[in-house]
Design a protein around this ligand. Structure first.
Ligand SMILES: Cc1ncc(COP(=O)(O)O)c(C=O)c1O
Length: 311
């Protein structure tokens, strides 16, 4: 018996709910709704070496220093956060007002106290959901680079040097959304100090702060972004072989117009992101899987062929 997929929400990452609906373990769902780095090494053995940190209050000093060094950013300008989500909420509340051109990642409008068309612009780069990198001349007050390092093999476009605030997420790059690590690159030290004071004390948990320097040692942006680009080509070819035409993308996902595909794949324990909450009904966002995930997606597509397409 095939259970109904839980209704889509305003984020990806609802694999645990699908697993419950299907009566299987969360780890048995192929979750392509959250766009994690498919070639990141398994972070669990590293984090397991840092579980002692559970017994102490978190100390982020080494984590900040190692991230600043990896990124080539002044550590006084870097604020470590409990995921990109906390970075977004801190910057939004601090700013008080901002503007978001839809479709965009939903947390900007959720956390901005006032949305006003003449207020400073927020943008994701690459853009979520389209997956396209911003053009060189495009400017914003706040850039979200959650997927930038994987798309470009470079940590940041460097907009903080020109006065913008940059928010980022390490949960995508390091494939550890349950661990929660993100950051803000501030345009100046005063902003960084103010945001640190706004942030709840110990918001980056002990195991995350303790494991981060070791997790960063394994980062190879050049290799990972090349591998992801290759897997993205494989994904596009797979979708085309099933009569689907994905949109061009610089990110580790593809958008495709495929009404009904989410439910069909969900019944095979493969989860993709329904884009209705972006105002794009019928479109799904499919994260680039690793080679094993690609095989699984291929069988699920084979078992659940698209109905005769109406357009
Ligand atoms: C564009 C963008 N920014 C930030 C985030 C937040 O990620 P996290 O809070 O897991 O670091 C997400 C998560 O989906 C995202 O898509």
């Amino acid at each position: 018996v095939i259970a109904a997929a839980p209704p889509p929400g305003c984020h990806g990452g609802d694999g645990a709910r699908l697993a419950a609906a299907l009566g299987i373990a969360p780890g048995d769902v192929l979750d392509l709704s959250a766009s994690l780095n498919p070639v990141a090494p398994d972070p669990r053995p590293v984090v397991a070496r840092h579980l002692d940190a559970i017994g102490r209050y978190p100390d982020e000093f080494r984590a900040v220093a190692s991230l600043a060094d990896a990124m080539g950013v002044d550590r006084e300008l870097l604020v470590l956060t409990n995921g990109g989500a906390e970075a977004i909420s801190l910057v939004a509340i601090d700013a008080g007002r901002g503007w978001v051109e839809e479709p965009e990642f939903s947390l900007y409008r959720r956390h901005l106290p006032r949305l006003e068309p003449d207020a400073p612009l927020w943008r994701s780069n690459p853009h979520n959901p389209s997956g396209l990198l911003a053009r060189l001349h495009e400017r914003a007050a706040v850039w979200d680079e959650a997927f930038y390092p994987l798309a470009t093999a470079t940590w940041t476009r460097g907009d903080a040097v020109d006065g913008a605030t940059v928010v980022g997420s390490l949960t995508k790059l390091l494939a550890c959304p349950g661990l929660r690590v993100g950051y803000i690159i501030c345009p100046d030290e005063m902003t960084a100090r103010r945001l640190r004071l706004r942030r709840p004390e110990w918001s980056v948990n002990g195991p995350a702060a303790s494991a981060l320097p070791e997790l960063l040692q394994n980062v190879d942006l050049a290799l990972w972004s090349k591998q992801v680009a290759g897997l993205r080509d494989d994904l596009a070819a797979l979708l085309r072989s099933h009569g689907l035409e994905p949109e061009p993308s610089d990110a580790n996902w593809l958008l495709v117009d495929a009404p009904g595909l989410r439910d069909r794949l969900a019944s095979r324990a493969v989860l993709v992101r329904d884009c209705s909450s972006f105002g794009m009904a019928g479109t799904v966002r499919i994260a680039v899987p690793d080679a094993a995930g690609m095989q699984r997606l291929a069988s699920a597509l084979h078992d659940a062929p698209m109905a005769e397409r109406s357009r």
